[in-house]
Design a protein around this ligand. Structure first.
Ligand code: BGC
Length: 517
């Protein structure tokens, strides 16, 4: 996903430089994130290209060309097969996450990344060479398997290889790379649209570059110390730790990793604990809600289908592709804004501000479409079309500095050690499940709800903003081991977490007293 990052094992700071190994690991994050973003961004532009539609979905092309102006605008692209082309990737990713969770534990992060790279390469070959719909869908399914394996292993690899103090930054870096991948895909579509009749093959084939990089990268990098220790290779774990940290002074961190691995193994049923133990209810509810709400903002309706959406609104093919590139660029820039502000303003401020901004933008879009886009096939006026693009950018920017990165960051800050890895898998699965639902349903929903689709998403934004207001506590600057105090102070979540031992309660009271003074 995008993938999120689990925080460091104990939360403690150890000596450790930003070594060449760590730098290479960051590059790897770039390819994993880029690959995912590229797959998210490429399908919308490709499905709006006439050459592509003519080859695989001739009936949609016919509808688009012959019936243009004679029937309603909103249903041009309503087709389950076309939506399956986009959505099959996420369903495959969802299933693959379970297998990936097993291989990361049993065989390590490195082989899992290699499997991801090989799936990606196979998927790209099928897609770029596709002669029929079956090849196209098989290609997407293979890419989806790549996403499942990569999103499980790459974030884990990064969080384990990086020194503790860089872990949070790397978390958002992954998201930044996803948005850059989406932007690159949009720009490439803009260029290949002019290459007839095979431009779409180039669009799909260029995903081969990050795929090969990930594969070669996974062959060159070393396994993480955590994984080696988890699988009983203590001496190798120690050697690798020395190498990646660039110092011989690693004993404290090594002992901590051994202890963490012993503790993790002693938890017998992490998934059962996560779902059924009352004490983990706050973390579970908040993490699931963040993922479900993130998709219900409607962001992927824009990311997947922006060019198609803009054509639906009456833009020419060229104009829709560059409008999509503009929204892609806004997405990248606003993610940088998030990186710069998240630790200053805190998570809640960003989520709440963005909620208001997204709500207003969607309501304005609905009003303009409702009044300007008629059922007789007529198009939006030039001025109205420009306002819609601006409002879509307003919406995307709000998402990109809030729910986009924070949907991944907050879960990684709140799961305690004993359920962190299972929590992370559940988070990734929930994300892919709801991404799949939006990808499969959006064009049909647009056809049936018409402009009301934006009111549908706006209503969800209202729900999630209210949820944030009452149920998401601020996690800025709180070390993982102190999260328990945050739950204890919350009006609702305090009922779920067990009471603290008296002496801890006293320390906490003193701290909050000092803070007030
Ligand atoms: C979401 C993706 C989305 C992307 C857009 C991520 O946080 O998980 O579904 O496509 O943001 O930038």
């Amino acid at each position: 996903m995008a993938g999120g990052f689990a925080a460091g094992p104990g939360g403690s700071q150890h000596e450790g430089k930003f070594t060449a190994y760590v730098a290479v690991a960051c590059l790897l994050a770039a390819t994993g994130g880029l690959m995912f973003g590229y797959d998210v961004g490429i399908s919308g532009g490709v499905t709006s290209m006439n050459d592509f539609l003519g080859k695989f979905f001739p009936s949609i092309l016919r509808k688009k060309l012959e019936l243009a102006g004679k029937e309603g605008n909103y249903c041009k692209y309503d087709d389950q097969g076309l939506q399956a082309f986009t959505s099959s990737l996420y369903l495959a990713g969802l299933v693959a996450t379970f297998a990936a969770s097993y291989t990361t534990q049993r065989f390590g992060r490195k082989p899992t990344m290699l499997i991801a790279g090989l799936f990606f390469i196979a998927g790209v070959v099928f897609n770029a060479a596709a002669e029929n719909l079956a090849m196209l869908i098989i290609g997407r399914i293979l890419l989806g398997c790549g996403v499942g394996f990569a999103n499980q292993a790459v974030p884990l690899y990064l969080s384990e290889i990086a020194p503790t103090r860089y872990r949070g930054g790397l978390n958002i870096l992954f998201q930044l790379n996803v948005t850059i991948g989406i932007l690159i895909a949009n720009l490439i579509n803009y260029g290949t649209d002019k290459l007839h009749p095979w431009g779409w093959r180039l669009s799909l084939g260029l995903a081969g570059i990050p795929a090969v990089l990930l594969t070669v990268g996974s062959l060159c990098l070393c396994e993480t110390p955590n994984s080696l220790i988890e699988r009983g290779h203590f001496e190798r774990g120690k050697t690798v730790l020395r190498r990646v940290r660039g110092t011989d002074n690693i004993h404290e961190e090594f002992d901590e990793l051994v202890e963490v691995s012993r503790l993790a193994k002693s938890v017998e049923h992490p998934y059962r604990n996560l779902f059924f133990s009352r004490a983990y209810r706050p973390q579970l509810v908040i993490s699931l809600a963040l993922q479900i709400f993130q998709q219900l903002t409607g962001i992927n309706a824009i990311m997947f289908y922006a060019p198609v959406l803009f054509q639906t609104l009456g833009f020419e093919s060229d104009a829709s592709l560059y409008s999509a590139a503009i929204t892609g660029a806004v997405n990248v820039v606003s993610t940088v804004v998030s990186i710069l502000t998240v630790d200053r303003f805190g998570r809640r401020v960003l989520l709440l501000e963005a909620g208001v901004q997204m709500f207003l933008a969607q309501v304005v879009i609905a009003i303009i479409l409702g009044t300007g886009l008629k059922e007789d096939g007529s198009q939006l006026s030039h001025a109205a079309a420009i306002v819609v693009v601006c409002m879509i950018c307003t919406f995307v920017s709000a998402f990109a500095w809030s729910w986009g990165p924070l949907g991944w960051l907050i879960p990684s800050e709140i799961f305690p050690l004993e359920i962190r890895s299972s929590g992370q898998s559940v988070v990734v699965c929930t994300n892919l499940l709801f991404t799949f639902v939006i990808a499969q349903a959006f064009l049909s929903m647009l056809c049936h709800f018409k402009y009301g689709i934006f009111l549908f998403f706006a209503s969800w934004v209202l729900v999630m903003t209210t949820f944030t207001l009452f149920l998401i506590p601020e996690t800025k600057g709180i070390p993982i081991e102190e999260m328990v105090f945050v739950w204890r102070r919350h009006w609702l979540w305090r009922r779920f977490v067990p009471p603290l031992p008296q002496e801890l309660e006293a320390i906490e009271m003193r701290k909050s007293h000092d803070a007030k003074a």
